[in-house]
Design a protein around this ligand. Structure first.
Ligand code: BMA
Length: 339
């Protein structure tokens, strides 16, 4: 259920917690797959590259549900869903937050998220076979969200940001490949299905990538009754030469998100970002921190530290040259880790 109109659910409790910390000028820091694996390790209980650098876990843990729609035991990056469920519970018991993305395979064609197909969305939301396949996938998502409970069996409130980066061209639900109406149907069908199944622990985040104007940002907005969090996914590319562009593009979209959140009584967040391999040693304090402060986001999430690709990481690990800068970032009073 959308948190916007309701109260007294795990989702609204999470919304209130985020709203309170935003009001206090704080930003929660998050990392994708933080405890599942890190730069040189995989599935070691309790480990986290962040913990090893700053002595505590991030406040937000990000996970991906891709492959859950297939009934697979592991997601597309090899993280087991049973393990994920346990990690969500661990993070919740630390007082932290969990957020989910969904790099799904097309429930009708089985093509992966990056397989461009101009009929994919239309077939999924408009044909009987597509609708049946989509609802099957949604049932698996609902089962998973409903199964996220604490030790006492109470459901844990989490953030879900499906159909992300849809203003880009790299996923089959991207703007060039489907109509506004069909994209919105993806959301509406999902939201209705979750409500029918009684899922009351999901806060919904909308996370386009770069957008220049409010009109760009809102073109495919599913509706105020669904969305709780105005997000944005923007990455830093091209090392030093990309710094100015990263600042400008991220601040442009985050300020749009902030204005909308303020007008509509919702939250805003930097839902996905990062600089791969951290070639800029003071990236966290010198580049990300000013963006966070200028945009006042409730949380920021950086992408994963892959164990099987030495260049694919977004936070320093113990021994990396950006370690001290990250410690300084961690020491800022307005940047919140899990403690
Ligand atoms: C991308 C990369 C891929 C990964 C995908 C889904 O940004 O990290 O390696 O499979 O996200 O998590």
């Amino acid at each position: 259920m959308s948190a916007a109109a309701a109260w007294g659910t795990p989702a609204t409790d999470l919304r209130d917690l985020l709203a309170q910390s935003t009001y206090q000028g704080k930003t929660l820091f998050g990392h994708h797959d933080d405890t599942a694996y890190g730069h040189t390790w995989h599935e070691e209980e309790g480990r986290s590259d962040i913990l090893e650098v700053v002595g505590e876990y991030p406040a937000v843990m990000s996970w991906d549900l891709g492959m859950l729609e297939k009934g697979s035991e592991k997601n597309l990056d090899g993280v087991g869903f049973e393990r994920m469920r346990q990690e969500v519970r661990n993070q919740h018991s630390r007082g932290g937050i969990n957020t989910f993305s969904w790099h799904l395979r097309n429930p009708l064609t089985d093509a992966d998220s990056w397989a461009i197909d101009t009929l994919a969305v239309s077939n999924l939301v408009n044909t009987p076979e597509g609708i049946e396949a989509y609802k099957g996938a949604l049932d698996r998502l609902c089962d998973f969200f409903l199964s996220l409970t604490d030790e006492n069996g109470n459901r844990i409130g989490v953030i879900f940001r499906p159909w992300h980066e849809h203003t880009g061209h790299w996923f089959w639900w991207g703007k060039p490949y489907c109509s506004v109406e069909d994209y919105k149907s993806l959301w509406r069908m999902m939201y209705d299905h979750f409500n029918e199944r009684g899922v009351d622990n999901v806060l919904w985040a909308y996370s386009p990538d770069r957008c220049n104007t409010v009109a760009d940002y809102m073109e495919r907005y599913p509706g105020d009754d669904i969305i709780d969090i105005f997000g944005a996914d923007v990455y830093h590319f091209d090392k030093e030469s990309g710094t100015g562009r990263y600042r400008d593009t991220s601040l442009r979209v985050l300020k749009i998100a902030r204005a909308l959140a303020q007008q509509r009584g919702k939250l805003h967040a930097f839902t996905e970002t990062g600089l791969e391999s951290l070639p800029i040693e003071n990236w966290y304090t010198n580049i990300l921190l000013p963006i966070i402060r200028e945009s006042g986001v409730s949380y920021v999430t950086v992408w994963r530290n892959a164990w099987n690709n030495p260049h694919h990481f977004y936070t320093p690990y113990h021994g990396h040259k950006a370690e001290n800068d990250f410690k300084e970032f961690h020491n800022q009073p307005d940047i919140i880790f899990v403690k």
